[in-house]
Ligand binder design. Structure first.
Ligand code: NAD
Length: 295
């Protein structure tokens, strides 16, 4: 990764302007991260309330930095000015790197990526923050698939250090280098991974979560497992709490994708606790009920 970042620096391709498509949990977080590290980010959505939510979240995070004395109040406006909200494509046209973070739907993503490719410069790089869709398949309808790759941030973006840079079949080395350099520039730790279900992190995480589900099915109290893994083993949180943070709906979808991608290793369980919660509309922290009850 260090080599790639150096290659990008040598090629003289520093990212001066970024754009994020989607102002939701991830898009808003990515725009904030970029702006707060000095790379202005255009933030495009299709809904004005989503843009306002994205900006409000950024303002809240900056407010906390000011409260903690980590940021001067005067600098807060500067960072906020570095996030340019828009409902239109022309504002995206001057971006060197674009991160697509719209809803996890291949058709919507395909459309948004093709529309974006048509307005950005020929040297610009397009990326997707998808968690589960193949990068190679998303590149199929693009005119410059070599200038496309995955750029997978984790939630919450401002706290999670890792970014997976996912190389599709046609992604060029220059594209990977540019995205690695951008990730490093905005304070993240990039790793370059191949395109496969779960990429790197979810391939490690979901077998662990499947092990947890099996134990719950065997009748072991999920709260006990959480207590052992967090308080006693020492991880920041246990698997049940983690699933509530990730979102039971998101985890449910990811389990399906992993089971399809690796049927021999990730067979779906009958009466999987995640499936039972999903069917009971318990989506975790996002609707205040999952394994645990919130508020
Ligand atoms: P979200 O629902 O919070 O936000 C999606 C945003 O996209 C909404 O504001 C919506 O208005 C906007 N949108 C929809 N269609 C659009 C279009 N055509 N053009 C521009 N904006 C459009 O979703 P999210 O949780 O931020 O997830 C976004 C992406 O990030 C998904 O691909 C998801 O898999 C991925 N991801 C999510 C997480 C997570 O924990 N939430 C973590 C990593 C990756």
């Amino acid at each position: 990764v260090k080599g790639l970042a150096k290659k990008a620096a040598k090629a003289g391709t520093p990212v001066k302007q970024a754009a994020v498509l989607g102002a939701g949990i991830m898009g808003g977080g990515i725009a904030y991260q970029s702006a707060s590290k000095g790379v202005p980010a255009v933030m495009k959505d299709i809904a004005q309330p989503a843009l306002e939510l994205g900006l409000n979240e950024a303002a809240k995070l900056l407010g906390k930095q000011v409260e903690r004395g980590r940021l001067k109040p005067a600098a807060m406006a500067g960072v906020l000015n570095n996030i340019v909200p828009t409902l239109d494509y022309p504002a995206v046209a001057h971006a060197d790197v674009v991160v697509e973070a719209v809803v996890e739907n291949p058709k919507v993503k395909g459309m948004v990526l093709a529309e974006t490719e048509a307005v950005i410069g020929e040297d610009a790089v397009l990326t997707s923050n998808t968690s589960t869709i193949s990068i190679t398949s998303l590149a199929e309808n693009l005119k410059r698939p070599e200038q496309f790759c995955g750029m997978h941030f984790f939630n919450p973006v401002h706290r999670m250090p890792l970014v997976e840079v996912i190389r599709g079949e046609k992604t060029s080395d220059e594209t990977v280098a540019k995205v690695v350099a951008y990730a490093a520039r905005i304070g993240k730790t990039p790793i370059v991974v191949n395109d496969c279900p779960g990429f790197f992190v979810n391939r490690v995480l979901f077998p662990y979560l499947a092990g947890f589900s099996l134990m719950v099915k065997e009748g072991i109290d999920f709260q006990l497992i959480d207590k052992v893994m967090s308080k006693q083993f020492g991880w920041p949180m246990g698997p049940a709490y983690l699933l509530d943070v990730v979102g039971i709906d998101t985890a449910h979808h990811c389990i399906d994708v992993m089971a399809e991608g690796f049927p021999e290793r990730m067979a779906k369980l009958d009466n999987d606790p995640v499936d039972l919660l999903y069917k009971a509309d318990r989506y975790g922290q996002k609707n205040a009920k999952g394994f645990f009850q919130y508020a």
